[in-house]
Design a protein around this ligand. Sequence first.
Ligand code: ZN
Length: 141
Amino acid sequence: MDDLEALYKQVIMEHYKYPHNKGLLDNDKYKKVHLNNPSCGDDITVQFIVEDGIIKDIKQDGHGCSICMSSASVMTDVIMGRSVEDAKRLIQEFLDLLTGKEIDDEELMDALVYQGVSKFPARIKCAGLSWKAIKKGIEED
Ligand code: ZN
């Protein structure tokens, strides 16, 4: 096992066991997007609020595999507090990274370790689900 693979497993387990920003709010001011991935059974809802062009808060909830759930937790850490423009760029970088493109943007933080997923095509949808959900919400806004 190389270092990246070890780190990848560690990040996934940490965020799976102790997810960040988990649990939805009963607040109409938040935009809510629900997506699922039938091939794995992943089901995720992302909720966020934009104020003055900044993504001020993000919540996520759902169920599914460890890759999907951990990635949703990591996504909230990476995207929260970003401008909408930065968020769009980082989401695209993450989705590119999943398909095997060389991405080395330290702003992606823990999300960088998911480049290991590109070796397992069936899991790309798992890792990308929450990122696609917030992308959809931002683009509709
Ligand atoms: Zn999955």
